[in-house]
Every structure is written in structure tokens, then in C-alpha cells.
Design a protein around this ligand. Structure first.
Ligand SMILES: [Zn+2]
Length: 440
């Protein structure tokens, strides 16, 4: 539960220190990592609960007589609010007919009300009963949920493979390309190039030579100086005594030929293919996923390229927004990307990646490791979190439609987490301002 608790009212001071009524409260439009606080001297923090929006506001005393609003990368409620806003920005670009638009609006079962549940483990509120698009590429609400669960499954696969005495290595495959290349063309060619290393007689011989039992392939892209850079990472599960360098040598001719055949040209021997050991595979897995990407990715120091989520963030909020870290802003300036450019690039990305699988398990691998059938992204996104949860409220049609019109998903969840008894007031306010009877 959020600090401050359900009993916290307006101007509630969490601990001793200057009274908020005496100090000016100022919004500092900057995102701070949690580590910003000096461990030796805890900051003087005041937590306020805004009863009208349900938002929890944290103010830190930055100098005597001044409290500034804090935003942190670990502020779960702020992060969630931004995700809903990023989703709304994407909908605006893609239009009402998209699957993304139906996500978190339409019900799975039209005869049932949506419910607000609170996880007994994490104390986080969530909606149950909404349709979910499950898009790992473009939905800022579904993607974290889907990739986080996939990640758990992949980590489990790695453990199961190791328990069977198998080796795990990380392969990264990139193709040469330059600015102006159509990312759709590059992506299609990249997939074709990969096929050369997984299908056919030569690929079969390669599998035998390196003892390849199976692979889990992840498709990704970044955007940098040379435009979009789609690439693969694959966790190779091997029954072999070979070193990563030896596996790379064996893999290289097929990858090179595949790229040439697919029309990508000859990849660089140095950068085109890399095979690394299990520790790098584990490291990659820790960082993989939208949760990391959306909460910490944009805070990365020495960023040279952008992720699609960075582009989406700039498209939604503009480069001057407090959630754009100084590191990200620097990269944007270097690449000459403003809000309009971010939007244009994001649309190209969204169209190119639509329908592509982010994660691909080679045939038979799941069975071999004793994992069940793979669920679709949509099924994963639609399912309630596995932990136990209690229903704190149901959302009737009028309330649901008012919430949608007001784009108030995150506000509703915040109130549910903080003090569900405040929900009737919030519904009343939303219905008065945004009510209506139009069915969605
Ligand atoms: Zn979605």
C-alpha cells in the first residue's frame, strides 16, 4: 500500500519536519532515480493525497523553506499513469478502429461488469474483465504484462535446460543497413536471413555440429544514427563442449550467406554475429522486457540509440516533459528528434512490426523442457495476475463509459489502491463531467 495509508487526508505530513502549510510546494519537472536520495541523510519528504484526483504526491525538502515535488522511476502509480497516456497517444495516431483502441475499453463478456481487484501480494489495483489487445509492440499497458510473464517463462526454460546438463549461450544477429532503408524491407530480409540458419540441409548440419537442441529467439529494434536497427537475440540451448567462439565460427557462414541471399548485403564479421556465454545470456534476460524498458530504460547513461518506447514517450509527452530523462533528451537532440519526428518514426515502426512475433520458440523445445503449450500474447494480457486478489468494486456501464471518456483509468486505480471508499465520489465526478449513454 502506498505510504500515507488510507487514513492520510489532505496536508497529511508523514514524518516530522517542516509543515507543508508553511513551505511553498513547487513542482520540479524532472525525473529522479531513487538513488538520488542521500542514504546518510534521509530527505525530508511530505506525502500528500490529492482527494480530487486520487494522486499521491511526494514533496522533498530541497532547501530550507522549499519543498519540491518528486518524481521517481520507481513511482509505480506515476509510471502506470504515463502508460495509459502513452497508449492514448498511440490510439490517436492509429485511429478508433485499431485493436489497441478496444483494449481497456470493451468488456470480454458484455453481460458482466468490469471489476476492480486488488492483489493481496502487491497491493496493486487492476481491472478485471476488459479486453486486452496483447500487443507487445505498441500497447504500453499490455506490453509490460506480456513480456514480464514471458520473461519468467524463458528464465524457467534456461533453468530447466541447465538442470538437464545443457549449455545456454546468447546469439545476437544484426544485418547491415543504412539510414533511409525501409524498416519493413530490412525486417523481412532479416527474418529470411535467419531462416537460412534454421531451415534446410546446411542448417541441419550446423545443428548437429554445434549440438543445438533448440533456441528461443527475440526480435527487437532500436533507432539510432543509421535509422532503425532491427536485430535478433537468441538463447541457444546446446548439448556441446564447444566454446561460444567456436559456435560463432560455425554459425557465421550460414548467417552471412543468409543475409546476402535475403538482399541485405554482407554483414560485418565483427558486428554481424556474436555468440556469448551463459552469463551474458542471463544478463540479457534480466534487462529484457518492457517493464525494465519503460521504468528504467530511458534513464540509461550513455545512450546512443532509442527504443520504440522512447519514441512513444516523446510522441506522447514531447521532449520537454519531466519524464524524459536528461540522458534521453541528449540522445534526442543528437538525433534531431522532436515530437513530430518521434510520431512519424513511431508510425513507421508500428506498421513494420505489426503481426511479427517478438518471441519464437524453436519446434519441440518447450516439450523437451517439459513446458506446456504457449499461450497467445492476447491470452496472457487478458488473464488476471496469478496472485490472489480481492474485488473492491464493480464498474457499471455508466461508470465505465465516463472513465473512458475522461481517460481516468489510472485515477480510478489509484483511488482503489489508496482508499476504495473514495470511489463513489470519483464516479460521481466523472459521470457529471463526462457522462453519457453511448455504448462502447
Ligand atoms: Zn493493450
Amino acid at each position: 500500500m502506498v505510504e500515507g495509508g488510507a487514513e492520510a487526508g489532505p496536508n497529511t505530513c508523514r514524518h516530522g519536519g517542516a509543515s507543508p502549510t508553511l513551505d511553498p510546494l513547487v513542482e520540479r519537472r524532472e525525473l529522479l532515480p531513487r538513488s538520488d536520495t542521500k542514504a546518510s541523510q534521509p530527505p525530508d519528504i511530505i506525502i500528500l493525497h490529492d482527494r480530487t484526483t486520487g494522486e499521491i504526491l511526494e514533496f522533498e525538502q530541497t532547501r530550507p523553506g522549499l519543498h519540491e515535488r518528486r518524481y521517481t522511476d520507481t513511482d509505480g502509480q506515476e509510471t502506470r499513469r504515463q502508460r495509459y497516456e502513452m497508449k492514448a497517444a498511440a490510439e490517436k495516431v492509429l485511429g478508433n478502429g485499431s485493436r489497441l483502441f478496444k483494449c481497456q475499453r470493451m468488456r470480454i463478456d458484455k453481460t458482466k461488469d468490469v471489476e476492480i481487484k486488488i492483489s493481496t501480494e502487491s497491493a496493486r489495483a487492476f481491472f478485471s474483465g476488459f479486453q486486452a489487445c496483447g500487443s507487445v509492440w505498441i500497447c504500453a499497458v499490455c506490453a509490460p504484462k506480456v513480456t514480464e510473464r514471458r520473461k519468467v517463462e524463458v528464465a524457467q526454460a534456461v533453468e530447466l535446460a541447465k538442470a538437464q546438463g545443457l549449455k545456454v549461450m546468447l546469439l545476437t544477429g544484426t544485418a547491415p543497413h543504412g539510414l533511409g532503408d525501409d524498416v519493413r524491407v530490412v525486417l523481412a530480409a532479416l527474418k529470411k536471413g535467419w531462416k537460412n540458419t534454421s531451415c534446410g540441409r546446411k542448417a541441419q548440419a550446423l545443428r548437429q555440429e554445434i549440438g543445438l537442441v533448440g533456441s528461443i529467439r527475440v526480435l527487437e529494434t532500436t533507432y539510432g544514427e543509421n535509422g532503425f536497427h532491427p536485430h535478433f537475440h537468441a538463447l541457444l540451448i546446446l548439448d556441446t563442449k564447444m566454446t561460444p567462439a567456436q559456435v560463432e565460427e560455425a554459425w557465421w557462414p550460414l548467417w552471412r550467406d543468409g543475409c546476402i541471399k535475403a538482399g541485405l548485403g554482407e554483414p560485418s564479421r565483427k558486428h554481424g554475429l556474436k555468440v556469448e556465454d551463459g552469463s551474458r545470456a542471463a544478463e540479457y534476460l534480466t534487462k529484457w522486457g518492457m517493464e525494465h524498458e519503460l521504468t528504467k530504460g530511458h534513464l540509461k547513461k550513455g545512450k546512443t540509440s532509442l527504443t520504440p518506447w522512447d519514441l512513444m514517450r516523446v510522441m506522447a509527452f514531447g521532449p520537454g516533459h519531466f519524464s524524459i530523462s536528461p540522458e534521453l533528451r541528449e540522445t534526442l537532440t543528437r538525433l534531431g528528434i522532436d515530437q513530430d519526428r518521434a510520431r512519424a518514426l513511431w508510425v513507421i515502426y508500428a506498421q513494420a512490426f505489426k503481426g511479427n512475433r517478438q518471441l519464437y520458440w524453436s519446434n519441440g523445445l518447450r516439450k523437451l523442457l517439459g513446458l506446456g503449450l504457449e499461450k497467445s500474447d492476447e491470452e496472457v494480457a487478458q488473464a488476471d495476475p496469478e496472485e490472489t486478489a480481492v474485488t473492491v468494486a464493480t464498474v457499471n456501464n455508466t461508470q465505465r463509459l465516463a472513465m473512458i471518456r475522461a481517460c481516468a483509468w489510472s485515477e480510478v486505480l489509484i483511488v482503489a489502491e489508496h482508499d476504495p471508499s473514495g470511489l463513489p465520489d470519483l464516479w460521481q465526478e466523472l459521470i457529471t463531467k463526462h457522462g453519457g449513454t453511448h455504448e462502447q
